[in-house]
Design a protein around this ligand. Sequence first.
Ligand SMILES: Cc1cc2nc3c(=O)[nH]c(=O)nc-3n(C[C@H](O)[C@H](O)[C@H](O)COP(=O)(O)OP(=O)(O)OC[C@H]3O[C@@H](n4cnc5c(N)ncnc54)[C@H](O)[C@@H]3O)c2cc1C
Length: 417
Amino acid sequence: MCPTYERGEELDMAFDICVVGAGMVGSAAAKWLAMDGTKKVCLIGPQEPTEEEDRKGERQIFGCHYDEGRITREIDPDYVWGLLAKRSIQRYRDIENESGIHFYNEVGCVFINKTDSQEFDDYLDTARKLEAYIETYDASEFHTKYPYLKINPDCRCIWAPQNTGHISPRKLVAAQQKIARSHGCDIINEVVVDMEESEDGGKNLVRISTESGREVLTRRALLCTGCFSNFHHLLPDEKKLDLLLRRAVVVKAEVTKEDAVKIADMPTFWLGHERAYILPPILYPDGKYYIKIGLSHFSSDILQGLDKAVQWFYSKGKEHPGVKDTIDSLQRFMPDLKPVSLITDSCITTSTPTKQLYCDMLTARTGVVVGMNGWGAKSSDEIGRMGASMIGKGSWDHDLPADNFKVLFKDNKKDTI
Ligand SMILES: Cc1cc2nc3c(=O)[nH]c(=O)nc-3n(C[C@H](O)[C@H](O)[C@H](O)COP(=O)(O)OP(=O)(O)OC[C@H]3O[C@@H](n4cnc5c(N)ncnc54)[C@H](O)[C@@H]3O)c2cc1C
């Protein structure tokens, strides 16, 4: 088994492939590369900040995986996103078995929207294409099934009981890294501050510099750096990616253990007419159960610059004007819920103009897999596999068409080489 390197330790050998960003996609990509067994692989990225690091407030880089609940479902208004999810979900139990880390709860997922909504029809269409098992209900039928939930009478429901539910992003990342390490991947818990392609002793290499001053040499590098991809000097100015960062705020309603047990049959929900997602009670590391709710994109919520992104993570979303709307939405949906407390948390989603993720080579030696448009957690295993195949070969190597995932650049949206 390979060691995890701590800050300051020397590492002067060259790798075949370095994955930068030890989050959901990067950890999956590193696992796939390590499992291939033909290349010397490393994964570089900081772990989740400890409570003490949080208090100090010096962290400049965050990930979107510091949580216990992400909705997982194969059906989606978009077929490609649905397929990426389906393939990932099919492998969850294998990842659990190989790592010994449990992260998936198959509690089902329900999509609710107005009877005449296009989104509802798009969900049905993808379900048919992916051969996903579903049942449809009108509002009153569904209310009979879950009497503690209030559904608008002019809404319809799609109930997907299989291959859906929620995952712990924190535990999935831990599982992927554990498997990667067991297949020989080195993991370096550091922030990368600079990347440069260079000629080194006649060899074409990428030189990766970390915050502590360590230099790592690699033949190819794959950036899986989420919402922080355009910061530091990971990419040259002319190759900054066309990404929109949006503040995301969630409310976590603490419920007693007794209440959590009473509604233990609660699935995950997408309330299309409210643009809200809701997860059932989940046990968090503080020993409490929380129901989590978030509203998707407040349109004015675009963030610019590293400082604003860092401030937003540290703010925990407490002052965000959308918090009240979020709580109101939960109360409309679960009118009898009596939360013990309400807390907020903050995160950032990374959108692309194409609404698809970017998975592309920027040069012959550097590739990127970023821009998950707020829904990458559930599909991260297949997305990581896609990135791993591409960087392993140095060019596109997946059954889905490369054009779907092509990068656009910030300045002029020109295609890659
Ligand atoms: C509030 C909220 C709710 C969500 N709900 C869902 C959901 O229900 N279902 C779902 O499927 N998805 C959901 N998502 C989206 C999902 O969490 C993200 O799409 C997913 O985490 C993205 O994975 P990633 O690997 O691209 O980025 P991340 O998971 O953020 O990982 C990026 C990693 O890169 C590292 N990094 C960045 N810069 C550097 C650097 N310079 N050097 C080294 N490392 C670096 C970071 O530390 C981080 O670990 C949600 C997102 C938010 C914000």
